[in-house]
Design a protein around this ligand. Structure first.
Ligand code: CA
Length: 379
């Protein structure tokens, strides 16, 4: 029962009694979801380490004030400060404020900043296998990803892979199942995907290409204008909460579901390995617990707010919300298998993670069939 080693009481004994309730609640989340076999190696604390005050910089891949994501990161930094009684101060910089957003991985890896937040699939060009730690088309949802990462060996694999880049990763956020995207024409058959120019990154884009479409890579800030001007025919973004704010309903009429390409994308916290090892055990644990808390908080925000945004899209903005036809879903699922097999054949690391992911996912589905899925049918 090593769960109980999580040091609520160690922290309490540091005489920060006024924050005890906050710490207890946050730690309770972590006790529920942080497995005892998934913890990064902690360094032995010294008296100096326990007295020292740290000032860290944190960069993210998100625009300033980006709801839920950047908000969750700011919340994480504030919680770390509170739980450490001011011994670990993290100054947060959104994408572009200190460095360009997509230099987050390199900056943390090289140690020019100590910590960062983004999504592992942004680094697919450096580490193709990193994509498994964000989302796989037709793969696991948020609950399945948490089960794999915290309880099924996924985080251990992730840490092994990032270790050679001097990084220690943590799950920290999830959008839940995304939407399929915005289209300026109806998708009635597989043929409607042919020649379709769609903003869709990562593995989902490769799958669309197999179906005859043209995946386009665009930053979030470029999506609306490109769709509105007809440079692209379709785009995916996140889900109702974020899509409504970006105003995509003004540029396309048809809003498709489900987000087959991103069924439960995980966001990542990455710490520079040397910076991480310079911390005492209790500060390491505070980061781990605050990341687990943010993981729950971000997913909860999406789950709590998506439906009201969807209602607004339908009722105020007259958006047509449509499921993808079964024929289209079947074709995309088949193309996903082709894409994953091709990527596995040329990359041993990708194959290793694919095998581990697939084995876990199959078992997770088998359990879900008689738990979540069976229960849902009873309501
Ligand atoms: Ca997306």
């Amino acid at each position: 029962m090593c769960f109980f080693n999580i040091n609520i009481f160690t922290i309490y004994n540091r005489k920060i009694k006024n924050t005890f309730f906050t710490i207890t609640l946050i730690s309770a989340f972590a006790i529920l979801i942080v497995g005892c076999n998934q913890q990064p190696t902690a360094s032995a604390p010294t008296a100096d380490m326990q007295q020292k005050t740290y000032h860290w910089k944190m960069v993210t891949t998100w625009p300033p004030n980006f709801p839920i994501f950047q908000e969750g990161v700011d919340r994480f930094a504030a919680e770390v400060n509170t739980m450490s009684n001011g011994r670990l101060n993290i100054k947060v910089f959104a994408g572009g404020e200190l460095i360009p957003a997509l230099q987050t991985f390199d900056a943390v890896s090289q140690g020019s900043v100590e910590i960062g937040h983004g999504a592992a699939y942004y680094w697919a060009g450096k580490i193709p296998a990193a994509q498994f730690f964000t989302a796989v088309p037709f793969g696991m949802n948020a609950q399945g990803m948490n089960a794999w990462l915290y309880g099924g060996g996924g985080l251990t694999l992730w840490r092994e892979i990032y270790d050679r880049h001097n990084l220690v990763p943590f799950p920290m956020g999830n959008t839940g199942v995304q939407m399929g995207g915005w289209f300026n024409k109806k998708i009635n058959t597989v043929k409607d995907l042919k020649g379709l120019k769609m903003r869709i990154p990562g593995l989902g884009g490769k799958v669309l290409a197999k179906a005859g479409g043209t995946p386009i890579l665009l930053a979030g800030s470029e999506i609306y204008t490109s769709l509105e001007r007809g440079n692209i025919d379709a785009t995916e973004w996140v889900g109702p909460f974020h899509d409504e704010r970006l105003g995509l309903y003004r540029a396309a009429k048809y809003y498709y579901y489900p987000g087959w390409h991103e069924p439960g994308p995980v966001l990542e916290l990455i710490a520079n390995k040397a910076a991480w090892q310079s911390l005492s055990d209790d500060l390491q644990k505070i980061i781990e617990v605050a990341a687990a808390s943010a993981n729950v908080w971000m997913l909860s925000q999406f789950e709590a707010n998506n439906l009201s945004a969807l209602r607004k899209l339908k009722e105020e903005h007259k958006v047509e919300v449509i499921p993808f036809p079964d024929e289209v879903i079947t074709a995309l699922r088949n193309h996903t298998k082709e894409v994953m097999d091709e990527l596995s054949s040329g990359d041993a690391e990708f194959k290793k993670v694919y095998d581990a992911y697939t084995t876990f996912s199959r078992d997770n589905d088998a359990w879900n069939t008689l738990s979540e899925a069976a229960y849902q049918k009873t309501r």
